[in-house]
Design a binder for this molecule. Structure first.
Ligand SMILES: [Zn+2]
Length: 169
């Protein structure tokens, strides 16, 4: 699903409400993904606020069992129309103060916002890491041995450290 910038700008109060109830390419979910999103135009910015609910099919990091996790996402994203404005005006973006962690997506001349992509990004960013089927899941000792031996990605050492701390309690 794509929302055109013109549709947002031509809506009442330059605000367009979108109800999404569909599957999202790339997301393995149980049932469809539901989202209620409000797209608002502010000059050369488009802000999206709303909620996404998805029952995502995941694999437990500890026992490797499939499970379904309900992922609730509060969306608050800003897009800049970028190249649609002359370069001098584009710099006026600095007037908008962005909080830490907020990121602005540059549309760079795109006339549409890809709602599926927005939902995909928002949901995948909110999948817990480590991802476990149950807070009490102790995993499978055979699998644990296997994972410890095979995983050599230094970025994952952080999670190993967390696990050790928890077990040490
Ligand atoms: Zn598990």
């Amino acid at each position: 699903m794509k929302i055109s910038i013109d549709d947002i700008k031509n809506s009442k109060n330059q605000s367009l409400k979108v109800d999404f109830d569909n599957e999202v390419k790339g997301l393995e979910t149980e049932g469809s993904v539901c989202a209620e999103l409000v797209f608002s135009a502010y000059g050369s910015y488009i802000n999206v606020k709303g909620k996404i609910v998805a029952n995502v099919k995941l694999v437990c990091d500890r026992c490797l069992k499939d499970f379904v996790q309900k992922i609730d996402v509060d969306v608050d994203e800003t897009y800049t129309l970028g190249r649609l404005k002359s370069s001098s005006e584009a710099h006026s973006g600095q007037e908008i103060e962005l909080k830490d962690g907020d990121f602005v997506t540059e549309l760079a001349g795109e006339q549409e916002i890809d709602v599926d992509d927005l939902i995909y990004q928002s949901v995948t960013l909110n999948i817990p890491n480590p991802c476990v089927c149950d807070i009490n899941c102790v995993g499978d000792s055979e699998i644990e041995k296997y994972i410890k031996k095979e995983v050599s990605d230094p970025r994952l050492d952080v999670f190993k450290a967390i696990k050790i701390k928890k077990e040490g309690k």
